[in-house]
Design a protein around this ligand. Structure first.
Ligand code: GLU
Length: 362
């Protein structure tokens, strides 16, 4: 084991870290972060970088007089900005003799198990060959309904998919505050344990200046990823030497750590946990099934516990599970197509609709 605790990490750098106040790309910051990533890489840590900043740097590059709608602007700016961004990374990493590669993805690439495994394979090959993958959303082709909420969501998916031991989310604040950061007496929460309280009461819903994300999504993603057994650290990417300080066991650094759940979830469950957005239908369950699923025992969802099936789906698609009040409580990979599911529900016996290994409850 190296001196930095981890063998494989994902690092997400937000647009606000990479841009100056005037919106220009902060190449000094990029160079400093690259230098730290190079140290980690050379120490034997496999690093996956999720970098925002394409839209922000493209916006600044192009001085257009034309009025653009939001989607066109994002598509146009990212097409220019991504080239600029990756070129800088390429040059900076080259100074350390390190090669980086670009992975542009969309939400759809996480929607089927086949796509998911393809993508995972590509990044595994990169790591095996000593290449640092630099991931961003393919903003030029992703449109509103099919977009990630922001790159925090993307980085959570990537960390999970690649079995990273830690995900470090760098933005322009020191961590998650227990109130409005500008109010007196408010401080950074240093540690959030696996028994997570509801953090939403602390958190402002303000969006960041250049990125899409906000604190609330950051917290939601961080908790979910930590529940899957991955440590998540939210820290200030504008602080000098932040990455090396965070990972060095001797340093005390201001940041919020979401402690990982003690058991690492299986790869299949991790994929299912992030598949809510791809659900093709709903299964409404009765009180008995609800109680059984929520008990501490590993329980599959049987046909007898389901009262209604909504939607059209194929076998192995993702479906939502709805409690007796009609609230979504989780997702699972279904063992029947929708016609067959409608035939078997309410009947005793028969194969589980959703096996425990393919079931994820919120
Ligand atoms: N993919 C966007 C970009 O590179 C950033 C999305 C976000 O703000 O998280 O500009």
């Amino acid at each position: 084991m190296n001196a930095y605790r981890f063998r494989r990490i994902a690092v997400k750098v937000g647009s606000n870290v990479l841009t100056r106040k005037d919106g220009t790309l902060d190449t000094t910051r990029m160079s400093a972060l690259t230098a730290q990533l190079a140290v980690l890489h050379q120490a034997g840590i496999e690093v996956i970088l999720v970098s925002s900043g394409a839209v922000a740097s493209g916006r600044n590059e192009l001085k257009t007089e034309r009025k653009l709608d939001a989607v066109s602007a994002r598509q146009l700016f990212s097409s220019i900005g991504q080239v600029k961004l990756i070129n800088h990374y390429y040059q900076f990493f080259r100074e350390y003799g390190i090669t980086c590669g670009q992975v542009l993805t969309t939400k759809e690439n996480f929607s089927t198990r086949r796509h998911y495994l393809n993508q995972q394979h590509c990044m595994k090959v990169m790591l095996e060959n000593g290449i640092i993958p630099i991931v961003n959303e393919n903003d030029t082709i992703s449109v509103t309904e099919l977009m990630f909420t922001d790159n925090d969501e993307l980085s959570g998916l990537i960390a999970t998919m690649m079995d990273a031991e830690a995900l470090i989310i760098l933005s322009n604040i020191d961590g998650i505050y227990n109130g409005n950061p500008s109010s007196p007496g408010v401080s950074v929460i240093r540690e959030i344990g696996p028994q997570r309280e509801d953090l939403s009461r602390y958190i402002s819903t303000e969006k960041s200046q250049f990125g899409r994300g906000g604190m609330l999504t950051k917290c939601r993603i961080a908790s979910k990823v930590a529940d899957e057994g991955i440590e998540v650290i939210v820290a200030n990417g504008k602080r000098d030497n932040i990455l090396l300080d965070l990972l060095s066991p001797e340093k005390e650094v201001l940041a919020t750590r979401f402690l990982p759940a003690p058991h690492v979830m299986s790869q299949m469950k991790k994929w299912i946990a992030h598949s809510e957005g791809f659900a093709k239908g709903e299964l409404y369950i009765n009180d008995c099934a609800y109680t059984a699923l929520l008990s501490s025992k590993a329980t599959s969802l049987l046909p007898v516990g389901v009262t209604r099936v909504e939607g059209e789906f194929e076998r192995n698609d993702i479906v939502r599970i709805m409690d007796p009040k009609g609230e979504a409580i989780g997702v699972g990979r279904i063992a029947y197509d929708s016609d067959k599911a409608r035939q078997v529900i309410g009947h005793k016996g028969g194969r589980a609709l959703i096996h425990y290994d393919y079931l994820y409850l919120d």
